[in-house]
Design a protein around this ligand. Structure first.
Ligand SMILES: Cc1cc2nc3c(=O)[nH]c(=O)nc-3n(C[C@H](O)[C@H](O)[C@H](O)COP(=O)(O)O)c2cc1C
Length: 653
């Protein structure tokens, strides 16, 4: 089996996917109210153009009792949107299936002001909300909702249905001893609800493809679904389905379904293999779980771990993944680095799905295409070979400009070199490596190890883009003579240069840098303490889903945590901290203090007259996402393409 081979699916084997790569169902926040939008159509179409064999649309709620997040599609409002997605993707050859589901006790009561529905009154682990145990009429209504949703999807022109029995799903809640403690027929036979749902869907969508996404390991063996019990469940349910997607995770392990780079890629492949061996050959098995490398996907297919590969985040990162592999250019696929920074949309900011390496993902209807030759090729000088500079250079070169990138560092990567030094974050470097290799392929001159001055900028005959990154921030604490204070960035880049003795990390940001530094040093046997003014270390990691795991790793590594504490002074032998609630001052022994605080823009060259356009940390130090986005915009602005480049001109503040 090969990724590029077609795959036939469905009761009559009539549905044909042009490749064995699935784009799985995921929350995008692209809906307008509860309906699929033009943004969805463009988003899915782009993956179909890129060669995805099967596009599974965002899970639509089958019943109004389910409204798990503000812009969660509702099946009853999805007919037009589904029809548009089907038309757009069918034109490119892809199959389109509707994921339908009900989040049950894992939903939210905030939007419809109704109690959560669940098999039993088990408080939800994450929201702590007690759901209403479903009564017979609730069950009947939801089962009927599944049937109605399936009928609507097929009549809208979709090729079939995928029933969600995965991480966030009522179907799984009924199947699991963790959440189903009923004593009626739905508790004595925990498969009954799923069977009724699948029967209803089969009837309503006669002749169409029916799939089941199933958590085959809830990672809670005391009562949850285990790989062994998953096989028993599937023995009862497989007659109703044409394919199964093998996923894992549950209420106690929300981040385990799509973990970040701390979990090795392909973590479900052996589980998938077991399921495939147990099921009749008629049922197609799809593997899932951080399958982001084409070679891994190919090997897993060839070795029989599955019949198809779900590569969701990989195609958020590179919508053209399959097309590139087909063209023999797998090496040019933009990597997914499993950072979860912008493809995880359930955060308080309610952002739309995107990607730090491909910021046009999710913004297909707004962003100008990168391609198209410039009408006026120019000699472009980019200062800085971090993500902003490399992306600016790549895009400018793609459009036919003659580009040189200069950086005082001997290697490209900028701040990403430090960020990628953290344990579990090594993959981050793949983005800047990819950018550098694309730059080389496009003929960009990389002029490394060269520090440019104002004179070089003024002497350059053509546009200059300042992507010079950041410099150290202000120290808002006293540093006594003889005290050793370093930046987290320098320590991550050169951990060997640290003196022996206890190290204290001051982390007023709560992002990945301070936590990574703590993990790195503790992993090397150092005595490490982390000081934060927050009540939880690494608060910002909640956005990428790594917060709970990071806390576990810090505790296991023996990092001493000093919470709600502010650094006020550093002496040669101690960090002096103050309790932010009580003002109590105490000393923590330290031979070195490592500052993981905010940084400032490196804007020395930008202050030269006339201030050239700038991008990324040189505007304001943020994340790789903004760096790539603004580097790209700055390059497009050379030809007056795309959104105006904001806040890049004008007097320095
Ligand atoms: C932003 C995002 C939201 C997701 N939401 C859902 C969801 O609502 N239902 C679901 O079954 N899977 C959801 N997933 C899981 C994906 O379908 C997929 O299984 C997951 O991303 C793992 O595949 P990958 O490692 O190839 O990305 C989501 C994934 C992402 C990245």
């Amino acid at each position: 089996m090969n990724l590029l081979e077609p795959l036939t699916l469905g009761p009559a084997g009539h549905a044909r996917a042009p490749s064995r790569v699935m784009f799985g169902p995921h929350e995008t926040n692209l809906a307008r109210r509860r309906a699929f939008s033009d943004r969805h159509v463009a988003y899915y179409r782009r993956r179909a153009v890129g060669g995805a064999g099967i596009v599974v649309t965002e899970t639509a709620s089958v019943h109004p009792s389910d409204w798990p997040y503000e812009r969660a599609p509702l099946a009853a409002e999805s007919a037009n949107g589904w029809a548009s997605v089907a038309r757009a993707c069918h034109a490119e050859g892809a199959l389109v299936l509707a994921s339908i589901g009900h989040a049950g006790g894992q939903g939210s009561s905030a939007y419809n002001q109704q109690p959560l529905l669940a098999p039993s009154r088990v408080p939800e682990v994450n929201t702590r909300e007690v759901p209403k145990a479903m009564e017979a009429e609730d069950i009947d209504a939801v089962v009927a909702g599944f049937g109605a949703a399936a009928r609507l999807a097929v009549s809208a022109g979709l090729d079939g249905i995928e029933v969600n029995g995965g991480q966030h799903s009522l179907v799984r809640q009924f199947l699991s001893g963790l959440t189903n403690q009923r004593r009626d027929g739905y508790g004595e036979d925990r498969l009954r609800f799923a069977r009724e749902v699948l029967e209803g869907v089969r009837d309503a969508a006669a002749g169409a493809v029916v799939g089941l996404r199933l958590s085959c390991d809830e990672l809670a063996p005391w009562a949850g679904i285990t790989p062994d019990t998953a096989l028993e469940i599937l023995a009862g349910l497989h007659p109703y389905v044409d394919y199964v997607v093998v996923v894992r995770g549950s209420i106690y392990s929300v981040s385990a379904t799509r973990p970040d780079g701390h979990t090795p890629p392909g973590f479900n492949l052996e589980l998938s293999r077991r399921v495939r061996e147990a099921l009749p050959g008629r049922v197609v098995v799809v593997a899932q779980g951080s399958i982001v490398d084409v070679a891994m996907a190919q090997d897993a297919l060839a070795s029989g771990a599955a019949d198809a590969m779900e590569m969701t985040r990989a195609q958020v990162a590179d919508p053209e993944l399959v097309r590139k592999v087909r063209a023999g250019a797998a090496a040019t696929v933009r990597p997914c680095v499993l950072c979860n920074q912008t493809c995880q949309v359930r955060d308080p900011r309610n952002p739309v799905v995107s990607c730090i390496g491909e910021p046009s993902s999710g913004h297909e209807t707004e962003d100008a295409p990168l391609g198209g030759a410039t009408a006026r090729p120019q000699r472009v000088l980019v200062v800085g070979a971090g993500p902003a500079g490399l992306e600016a250079a790549r895009v400018a070169a793609l459009r036919g400009h003659d580009v040189r990138v200069a950086d005082r560092a001997p290697r490209p990567g900028g701040a990403v070199r430090a960020a990628a030094a953290g344990a579990g974050r090594e993959r981050l470097a793949r983005i800047t490596e990819w950018l550098a290799s694309e730059c080389s392929r496009l003929g960009v001159e990389l002029d490394l190890g060269r520090e440019l001055g104002v004179g070089d900028i003024e002497a350059h005959d053509g546009p200059v883009l300042i992507c010079a990154g950041s410099r150290d921030g202000r120290r808002e604490y006293r540093v006594e003579p003889g005290a050793d204070v370093r930046t987290a960035r320098s320590v991550l880049e050169q951990p060997d240069a640290l003196p022996g003795g206890p190290a204290v990390i001051w982390d007023p940001v709560g992002g990945p840098i301070g936590i990574s530094a703590a993990e790195l040093l503790a992993g090397r046997g150092a005595d490490v303490a982390l000081v934060t003014h927050d009540l939880i270390a690494g608060t910002q990691l909640a956005r990428s889903g790594d917060l709970a795991d990071a806390s576990t790793r810090l505790q296991r590594a023996g990092v001493a945590l000093h919470k709600r504490s502010r650094l006020v002074a550093v002496t040669p032998s101690a960090a002096v901290v103050e309790d932010v609630f009580t003002g109590e001052v105490r000393e923590i022994e330290a031979s070195v203090v490592i500052d993981a605080g905010h940084r400032l823009p490196e804007d020395t060259l930008w202050r030269a007259h006339p201030a050239p356009p700038r991008a990324g940390d040189a505007v304001a130090p943020r994340t790789m996402y903004e760096a790539v986005l603004e580097g790209r915009r700055a390059a497009l602005a050379l030809d007056a393409v795309g959104a105006p480049v904001l806040a890049v001109h004008g007097a320095a503040s």
